[in-house]
Design a protein around this ligand. Structure first.
Ligand SMILES: [Mn+2]
Length: 294
């Protein structure tokens, strides 16, 4: 399946490229919602990227600046069947690396948290010193040898080109003791969910801008549970708070005005829970907004 909005005539001529990667293997949280759904994922053979494309194709809409999708090319889904988690990470990393080396903006739709580590590994190689805006209700800072949903940033901070001082976690609102310990150890920048009513979304952007002032480029990594469940309910570990979709649109526009967004990923969409397709539509809107500013 392809996203109808993506209308570039060829990959070569496109400025931005979109792909799906249904990575699986980062584990599931204490809610166990994902654990009960995973076998159905396999049974349906459903890429969550396809659920996002399908929702947007059925209910299309332009980004705020009305830009058409003529510079966006959709290559479809990567074939990760039968691959181990480590092999999947390598294939996704290589995909990001190949397109980065062609100077394209790279947009990957997961899949679970493994897509984040794969993408960030490629960012580290190609864009050392790049800033990371990491939208997530959780810090993912647990120390663990294995690459799991709650240890992604700990592993990311071990990559040579990326660092906590160039990273902002946006929307933080749910931490257990282990995550809190890891957060204290690594000490990345944070914008809490509760900062949104305190600062307003423009104040939140100013905070991000000053936190990441040393970075020219920004990579945007979105765990959908970081978005307000009113905009993105179909996730395993939903927890109330901000940013909303409109907050995200404002932040994307502001970040694009002051930095260069080099790519993004969106992960953790559970189509089986997406009764009204709000989460899919939110995901599609976010990727179109990012694209619209390149
Ligand atoms: Mn999360």
């Amino acid at each position: 399946m392809k996203l109808n909005f993506a209308q570039a005539l060829s990959l070569e001529s496109a400025k931005a490229v979109l792909f799906g990667a249904n990575t699986q293997g980062a584990g599931v949280s204490q809610s166990f919602v994902g654990q009960t759904l995973l076998p159905q994922f396999d049974g349906l053979g459903l890429f969550s990227a396809d659920a996002i494309r399908k929702a947007d194709n059925e209910s299309p809409g332009l980004p705020d600046n009305l830009r058409l999708g003529t510079d966006l090319f959709d290559i479809g889904n990567l074939d990760l069947n039968e691959l181990t988690p480590a092999q999947s990470i390598e294939v996704v990393k290589q995909t990001y690396s190949d397109f980065f080396s062609q100077d394209k903006i790279v947009i990957g739709l997961g899949g679970d948290h493994l897509i984040k580590y794969a993408a960030l590994s490629a960012v580290s190689d190609r864009y050392p010193g790049c800033g990371i805006v990491y939208v997530d209700a959780h810090p993912d800072t647990v120390h663990s040898e294995k690459i799991t949903y709650n240890s992604i940033l700990s592993h990311t901070f071990g990559l040579p080109g990326l660092s906590p001082c160039n990273t902002t976690i946006v929307g933080l609102r749910q931490l257990d003791a282990l995550e809190a310990k890891g957060l204290k150890t690594w000490n990345p920048h944070v914008v809490r969910s509760s900062n949104f009513p305190e600062l307003g979304v423009s104040g939140v952007f100013q905070k991000i801008r000053s936190q990441l002032h040393a970075c020219g480029s920004i990579y945007l990594s979105i765990d959908l549970d970081g978005i307000d469940p009113s905009s993105a309910p179909a996730v395993e570990a939903a927890y109330p708070g901000r940013p909303t979709l409109d907050d995200m649109i404002y932040l994307i526009r502001s970040i694009s005005n002051h930095f260069r967004i080099i790519g993004m990923d969106i992960s953790e969409h559970l189509p089986q829970l997406d009764t009204f397709k709000l989460t899919a539509l939110t995901s599609a809107r976010i990727l179109k907004e990012v694209y619209s500013h390149i």
